[in-house]
Each structure stands twice: as C-alpha cells, then as structure tokens.
Write a protein that binds this ligand. Structure first.
Ligand code: COA
Length: 257
C-alpha cells in the first residue's frame, strides 16, 4: 500500500500525483487519500512547483471509496477521522490542479476529479456516482459540486445513479475541459499544466481563489474580493514584467513575486 500513490516532478514547474493501485482499480482507502493529501501538500510547499496534475491508471482513475475497508469501519468517527481530514487537505490545495481521467471515475473517484480545477478525459472514461446503490450518498462534495455544475435536475439523475456519463457527455456538459483519445489524458493534462506553469503564478493562483469565492459569495461581495485581489496583483513584480514584456514585444519571465 505504501506504493499506492506516487509523487513526481515530470517537468519544471509541474508536479504529478499518480494513484497506483491497479489491482483495486485505485479504490480510495483512507491511506490512499492521506497519501494524496500529503503529496499535494508537498507540491503546495515546493516553490518550484506551479501546477499539479493528478492521474490514475488506464482502467481507472479511481473506482470510488475502498468498499472492503468501508465494510469494517464505524460511521461515528467519520467526521473527526482521517478520511474527512484528508479530503479537507486535498481541497486546500491552492495551486492549479488538473485531473487526467481514464476509465472508471466513480463515487469518491469522481469527487476527487471534481476537486481538481480542470479535468482532461480520455475517451473511454466513465463518470458516475453509484453511492445510492450502496445506501450512501456522495459525501465528499459530489452533490454540491454537481448541482452547481449541471443544475439541479440533471445532477439528480447522476446522483441517483440513473445516469453514467461517458467521456463525450462529460465534455459536452462542461465537466471535462478536454476530451482526448483513449490513453492520452495524462499527456494532454501535463501539456496543459506546462502551459499554465508558464503564466504568472500569483495571478493564476489568485484567479483560483477568486473562482472559489464565486462559488460561495453573493455577486457584490465576490466583486469586492476581486477588486482587492486585482490591486494586490497590480503591485507585484510579475504584473510589471507582464505589461513591460507586452510593450517590448517579448515573452514575459515570471518569478512569482
Ligand atoms: N473498493 C474495493 N475494491 C474494489 C473497488 C472498490 N470501490 N472497485 C473495484 N475493486 C476491486 C474488485 O473487488 C476487484 O478485486 P478482485 O480482483 O480481488 O476481485 C478488482 O478491484 C477489479 O474489479 P472488478 O469488479 O473485478 O472489475 P470489473 O471490470 O468487473 O468492474 C467496476 C469494474 C468498477 C464496475 C466494479 O469494480 C465496481 O462496481 N466497483 C465498485 C464501484 C463503486 O460502487 N464505487 C463507489 C464506492 S462509494
């Protein structure tokens, strides 16, 4: 199990977290989630990493919670336990996070992909929330995020397990940012990450923070937040560099300050 999650740095500026538990279709045990949280925290703390990618394997991004482990667990301790804590740590990742999805992306696996900022899906990816078939609900953000993404009625069809989305549907519905041939999601996600890593990192991160405010705040409060964020970015060396580079017709060299 110690090897179930790998953390790599494939290119300058890009970190990669890979779920690697193929014999269980990357089922998300507490330990796997904890490793993902630790991996993302290591990438968050690394000043050389500007963007992260999270990927699974060819057959599965992740087939949901580890049901064998769930069968042995007690519900009472859940909220104060390691699993809920790991999810919160994953959601606290404040750099861009791109999910590369191939194959099954089910239950908690779908919720993990939805925890990323952009999803790249390989043809053959299948997204579903089968929890109601087990007597559960998607408890790690799936309900809240899918209702916001799809609207109430379409989301309920997915959340009641009436609708599995293939990669094309996920792309049409705006869940997947890009649809690529089967087996190419990781390569495409790394390409996207590389492009994002070349942009001004403080600005890219500020947009993510602002987009998260947009999910929670009333419009006027969100715009006030953005005003302040804009002013803070205006004072950065990167903004001066970006504007000067445009005027001098050259590529900017951003330093994240
Ligand atoms: N938890 C624990 N083990 C899982 C798992 C999960 N969520 N999903 C798959 N596995 C295991 C299987 O038990 C099997 O183990 P085995 O080889 O020891 O028998 C192995 O992974 C391969 O899965 P298998 O079911 O044989 O593959 P398949 O191609 O026939 O079916 C799925 C694939 C994804 C349709 C099927 O595994 C499945 O329905 N998984 C559970 C999905 C689910 O309900 N997730 C939501 C949890 S909240």
């Amino acid at each position: 199990m110690g090897e179930a999650v790998r953390v790599e740095r494939p290119f300058e500026g890009v970190g990669l977290v890979v779920l690697d538990r193929p014999d269980r279709l990357n089922a998300l045990s507490d330990e796997v989630l904890l490793r993902v949280a630790e991996g993302l925290e290591a990438l968050a703390a690394d000043p050389d990493v500007r963007v992260a990618v999270i990927a699974g394997g060819e057959r599965a991004f992740a087939a949901g919670a580890d049901l064998e482990a769930f069968a042995a667990q007690d519900a009472g301790a859940y909220l104060a336990g390691p699993r809920a804590r790991a999810w919160r740590r994953i959601w606290a990742f404040d750099k861009p996070l791109v999910a590369a999805v191939e194959g099954y992306c089910l239950g908690g696996g779908f919720e993990l992909a939805l925890s990323a900022d952009l999803i790249v899906a390989g043809e053959g990816a299948r997204f579903a929330q089968p929890e109601v078939n087990l007597g559960l609900l998607p408890g790690a953000g799936g309900v809240q995020r899918l209702v916001r993404l799809l609207g109430y009625h379409r989301a309920l069809a997915v959340l009641w397990g009436e609708r599995t989305l293939d990669a094309g549907e996920a792309h049409r519905l705006g869940i997947a940012h890009r649809l690529v041939p089967r087996g190419r999601a990781l390569e495409a996600a790394l390409g996207l990450a590389r492009r994002l890593a070349a942009k001004a990192p403080l600005a890219v991160r500020a947009v993510k923070a602002s987009a998260r405010v947009a999910l929670e705040a009333p419009l006027s409060a969100g715009i006030e937040h953005d005003f302040k964020s804009f002013v803070a970015l205006f004072a950065t060396a990167d903004a001066r560099e970006g504007i000067r580079a445009f005027l001098e017709r050259r590529s900017p060299a951003f330093e994240g300050r």
